[in-house]
Design a protein around this ligand. Structure first.
Ligand code: HEM
Length: 498
């Protein structure tokens, strides 16, 4: 599918809001501003998203913050965010955290500027890799990676040990994207420590986030040793990917996965191919974007399931009913787990693991009829707050309730109120991949285990551009099989029929 190129003609990179918002004065900001530095009093640099959520509650649906001379506009009101979703007037803005990833991901799909020709080329070449047929092809591999996870959890259950949920979900999602996309096995489940690729990736994400919170001219000085480490991390990522590509070329091609597409497929209209440099950037992009966010989504969902046994029982009853005693659920049986999917959506509502995206004006326009914007002026959509706006989600928006996603409830809400995957032409290309993978894994885990929470655990959310429940451990307990040996059907919990 070829989309019209997005052309805005405005300068790239960071633009302080003074340049683009002629009536910036009308937008509220935190009360105590420090000259030159801005709104830095009491700022916690390791949790910028949760900090912005606190400001949002105090300042309202459109607000601004200033840090080290740079002014940012945040939007989270449902009405205003819906206006920003109008593709005829707004487009993706590569700003802040995303632009900081350019040294590693360059003009890869996620970090490309709208006008860069490689965005359209890569989008058109790679989009068929996310079609329904392609997903059905990935399903058996997703299942086999999930079985590695359950073997690992079985051992923990037998020993009565808790499991490290974010750690294990990260292993699972990394292996899934690496194998389905690139035919590569990182051996994550065989390692006691994270794979060096993961360590390097977490290093670059953390560094990119830190760049947002230090004054730009001072960054080279303040982050000198961190920046050297970052260079080493990027070199490691590049090296891993180059090896992967070399190995693929050496065997003369794979079975039509994403890497084959990147290396072999030509654009249907122009006959162009991705350059070797661009392939490197795309592989890094997909390995990073394809696992970090899904791993967080699964971890939050498991946290809420363990905290709400009645919801877990209802979800489990659905899995038992839909999957019966099939050992290996088929591709079509995953989409039929409607309630499990709602659990996932509700987790992504409260903690959208990619917690913000930016939108810029294509032309002179007025945001929601209130705030004039010049071409190139941009705003950050703060998704966790959009997903809590009482106008869209009601007064109990903090409450975990998967029924918010039943078909009728969804129909009764205004459009553009649920945006965990971004919006428009630059929305997430991996959405179906992530949802299929996560629903499958939740189904498998619910069917196999009771999930016991640590009663002392209080949800703490850690931030490294993406969100993750920090220190979450659960104690999985095997459920009793319903039938004789060889059957994988687990007994439903008594008294919890769906
Ligand atoms: C729960 C999991 C996921 C979440 C919450 C998520 C979220 C997002 C968001 C919000 C964007 C838009 C960013 C922006 O506007 O700046 C995005 C873009 C993207 N995502 Fe995802 N994502 C997830 C999973 C995946 C997976 C599994 C893949 C790959 C297999 C992937 C690959 C990408 C790519 C390549 C883009 C850039 C698309 C473009 O600009 O053309 N994501 N994602």
């Amino acid at each position: 599918m070829t989309q019209a190129p997005i052309r805005t003609g405005e300068p790239k990179g960071f633009r302080s809001a003074e340049l683009g918002w002629p009536e910036l004065d009308r937008i509220p900001h935190p009360p105590r501003r420090v000259p030159l530095l801005g709104d830095v009093l009491g700022v916690n640099r390791s949790t910028p998203v949760q900090e912005s959520m606190r400001y949002a509650r105090r300042l309202g649906p459109v607000f601004r913050r200033k840090a080290f001379g740079k002014e940012f506009v945040f939007v989270w009101g449902a009405r205003q965010a819906a206006d920003l979703a109008d593709e005829s007037r707004f487009a993706k803005h590569v700003g802040l955290g995303v632009a900081n990833l350019r040294p590693v991901a360059g003009d890869g799909l996620f970090t490309a500027y709208n006008h860069e020709p490689n965005w359209q080329l890569a989008h058109d070449v790679l989009a068929p890799g996310f079609s329904r047929d392609a997903m059905a092809g990935y399903h058996p591999m997703m299942l086999s990676v999930a079985q590695r996870l359950t073997e690992h959890w079985d051992r923990a259950a037998a020993a009565g040990r808790p499991v490290d949920v974010p750690g294990d979900m990260t292993k699972l999602t990394l292996e899934t994207i690496a194998r389905t996309g690139f035919g590569h096995d990182f051996g994550s489940f065989e390692r006691s420590r994270p794979h060096p690729f993961v360590t390097a990736m977490v290093g670059t994400l953390t560094y990119a986030q830190r760049l947002n919170t230090v004054p730009f001219p001072l960054a080279p000085l303040l982050l000198r040793s961190a920046s050297r480490r970052n260079e080493a991390d990027i070199a490691h990522l590049n090296h891993t990917v180059d090896e992967l590509v070399r190995a693929r070329r050496a065997i003369g091609g794979g079975d039509g996965d994403l890497l084959d597409r990147m290396l072999e497929t030509t654009h249907p209209d122009t006959g162009e191919r991705l350059s070797p440099q661009n392939v490197r950037r795309q592989v890094i992009t997909f390995l990073v974007a394809g696992h970090e966010t899904t791993s967080g989504a699964l971890s939050f969902a498991l946290h809420y399931l363990a905290r709400h046994p009645e919801i877990a029982a209802r979800a489990r009853a659905e899995v038992d009913r839909v999957w019966g005693d099939t050992t290996e659920p088929a591709y079509e049986q995953v989409a039929r787990l409607r309630y499990v999917r709602r659990v996932l959506d509700e987790s992504l509502r409260l903690w959208p693991t990619a917690p913000a995206f930016s939108r810029q004006a294509r032309q002179d326009t007025v945001l929601a009829g209130e705030h004039p914007m010049r071409p190139g002026a941009w705003a950050l959509v703060l998704t966790p707050m959009l997903h809590r706006d009482p106008d869209a989600w009601g007064p109990d928006a903090e409450r975990f309730d998967p029924d918010r996603f039943d078909a009728q409830a969804v129909r009764s809400r205004p459009a553009h109120t649920f945006k965990p995957f971004g919006t428009g032409a630059r929305a997430c290309i991996g959405r179906q991949f992530a949802l299929h993978e996560a629903t499958l894994v939740l189904g498998l885990l619910l069917r196999r285990y009771e999930l016991r929470a640590d009663p002392a655990y209080r949800l703490r959310v850690t931030e490294r551009l993406t969100l993750m429940p920090e220190g979450l451990r659960l104690r999985p307990e095997r459920r009793a099989p319903v039938r004789g040996p060889g059957s994988d059907l687990r007994r439903p919990v008594p008294g919890t029929g769906d």
